[in-house]
Design a protein around this ligand. Structure first.
Ligand SMILES: [Zn+2]
Ligand SMILES: [Zn+2]
Length: 163
């Protein structure tokens, strides 16, 4: 998504308000695929500084992912504050001004990458899946014996049962 900043570069205007919806289907990150519910909204203010354009604002997104314990779908609200600079010359982040325009796609993706939760739980008290039968223990119960006996305790039990 490109934004024309010619007026700022020529000094015709002091600042520019940005308020845009951005459609991004999926992002792959750390072997997790994230998709989004509804458009991603970006808003903020562009200002000229000595080297280029300064962009300060917020990104709002509803990211869909799965609970790390029970694998149910979870939708998380992201509200990201950002401050970035677009320069006339190429810099290592790749935020450059081309043809009097800035491309904010990478900025949005980079900031979402930095803020998506690596592990998400549907709730802190999520009971997860039964390791034996895979039942979602938040929704139902199963009759599997999932009690794991510590081998050290097993020895102790035998010790007391010797006579
Ligand atoms: Zn869960
Ligand atoms: Zn089970």
């Amino acid at each position: 998504m490109k934004i024309d900043v010619q007026d700022l570069l020529t000094g015709k205007s002091e600042s520019k308000i940005v308020s845009e919806d951005f459609n991004l289907k999926t992002l792959d990150f750390n072997n997790n695929e994230y998709s989004f519910e509804g458009p991603i909204h970006i808003e903020g203010t562009l200002n000229k500084n000595e080297d280029g354009i300064f962009f300060k604002g917020n990104i709002f997104a509803k990211v869909k992912t799965v609970c790390s314990r029970c694998l149910d779908e979870v939708v998380k609200d992201l509200n990201i504050d950002f401050e970035e600079e677009f320069n006339k010359s190429q810099d290592e982040l790749g935020y450059t001004i081309n043809d009097n325009k800035i491309d904010i796609t990478k900025l949005i993706e980079d900031n979402i990458f930095l803020n998506v939760p690596l592990k998400t739980l549907c709730s802190e008290s999520c009971k997860g899946l039964c390791p034996v039968c895979g039942t979602n223990l938040n929704k139902s119960t199963c009759s599997c014996d999932t009690q794991i006996i510590d081998p050290r305790l097993e020895k102790l039990k035998n010790f007391f049962n010797r006579d």
